[in-house]
Design a protein around this ligand. Structure first.
Ligand SMILES: Cc1cc2nc3c(=O)[nH]c(=O)nc-3n(C[C@H](O)[C@H](O)[C@H](O)COP(=O)(O)OP(=O)(O)OC[C@H]3O[C@@H](n4cnc5c(N)ncnc54)[C@H](O)[C@@H]3O)c2cc1C
Ligand code: SF4
Length: 325
């Protein structure tokens, strides 16, 4: 492991004022430490921000503000989240293990790196780890990888469950940059597709800090579901996941949200299927047609063709389960 300096600034201002070539913040450390031990991350300075940032879940206007240091497990037991944003709690509970959720922070979950096996194997080419070296997965072992939104530079997927629910609910990410400028980034713009910079997973400015994740009031607390399909039922990343939420009025779908994990470089919203659902009566045939819309443009890789039918079934099942949630 490369040598680094370590400090624990007591507030945001001090955390942002430390000047080093490569600063890396550490929260729960559940991803960063693995990356440092494997020499995939090699910061000059590690700043422990666990006491510098909020670990509170607070009302924010009519919505909720989840502090960057709120542990994943705290999200799953908070009364406001459980009553008004239960989709978020259900998604978090589908992720990792109780021990990891106890350590993992909200911001760290957004910024965790992909689980593409080649990214973690420093003997293989990987454009995300070493830009310009090539993508080993595109013609290699890619059953866990993307089926939409990828290019020849990178076919990795974003591994988070929390982020799929936050994408579905149009959350925003509150950030402060090194000049102390605050910026609120809509969730749909926070993570990015590989483009020609596959080494970057998101649009967070360099050395900026996430201070909170904010969710506006919404009508999706009654009819929602998070379905995660994976190789084993616990402690495994999604092959495919679906966050579904319906706002039902007079036996019609007034509004719908559908997002997936395990399919793209970022949490993926199925906007066309959402549009299709709006105004329809909730029924098996409506959900089936929405699932067909979801899969019509997906393009599996050499080893993950099974994800197409898996995704179709997951969308249908998640929508059906919205009616009984
Ligand atoms: C075995 C295993 C299984 C897992 N399974 C799942 C799963 O099924 N689903 C799932 O969603 N996740 C899963 N995870 C991932 C886990 O949720 C993440 O590792 C965790 O959320 C990261 O949070 P952290 O606080 O530990 O981040 P850290 O490791 O401390 O940091 C991660 C990154 O975020 C940066 N960072 C942290 N906080 C801030 C901030 N406030 N501002 C700017 N940068 C910041 C760090 O610099 C670092 O780059 C799993 C992890 C492991 C080890
Ligand atoms: S898919 Fe992305 S992370 Fe995986 S080997 Fe290719 S470039 Fe690297």
């Amino acid at each position: 492991m490369k040598p680094f300096t370590f400090s624990k600034p007591e507030n945001l201002g001090k955390a942002l004022s430390i000047k080093k070539d490569t600063v890396q913040f550490i929260a729960g450390g559940t991803n960063l430490l693995d990356l440092m031990k494997k020499n995939i991350a090699g910061p000059d300075a590690v700043l422990d921000i666990t006491t510098a940032l909020s670990s509170k879940i607070e009302q924010q206007g009519k919505g909720v503000r989840i502090g960057a240091m709120v542990r994943n497990s705290a999200i799953t037991t908070d009364k406001t989240i459980l009553s008004k944003y239960p989709l978020v709690a259900k998604a978090v509970l589908a992720g990792a293990s109780p021990q990891i959720r106890n350590m993992a922070s909200t911001a760290g979950n957004l910024l965790q790196r992909t689980r593409c096996p080649y990214f973690y194997d420093i003997t293989t080419p990987c454009n995300k780890r070493k830009p310009g070296s090539g993508c080993s997965a595109i013609n290699g072992e890619n059953r866990m990888n993307a089926i939409v939104g990828y290019n020849e530079q990178c076919v990795a997927v974003h591994p988070s469950d929390l982020c799929v629910a936050l994408a579905a609910l149009d959350a925003t990410v509150a950030t402060t940059d090194k000049n102390k400028k605050q910026l609120s980034i809509p969730f749909k713009d926070f993570h990015k597709l590989p483009g020609d910079t596959p080494q970057l997973d998101n649009n967070l400015p360099a050395n900026a800090i996430i201070t909170s994740v904010d969710i506006a009031e919404n009508p999706f607390s009654k009819n929602f579901y998070y379905l995660k399909l994976r190789d084993r039922d616990s402690y495994a990343f999604a092959l495919v996941s679906v966050a579904a939420a319906l706002h039902l009025q007079d036996n019609h779908i007034a509004d719908a949200r559908l997002a997936s994990g395990g399919v793209a470089h970022k949490p993926w919203r199925w906007y066309e299927a959402e549009q299709y659902l709006k105004g329809k009566a909730p029924s098996a045939s409506t959900f089936s047609a929405a699932a067909d819309i979801v899969i019509k443009d997906v393009k599996p890789l050499s080893n993950n063709g099974f994800k197409k039918s898996m995704l179709r079934g997951a969308v249908e099942t998640a929508l059906q389960n919205c009616l009984t949630a």
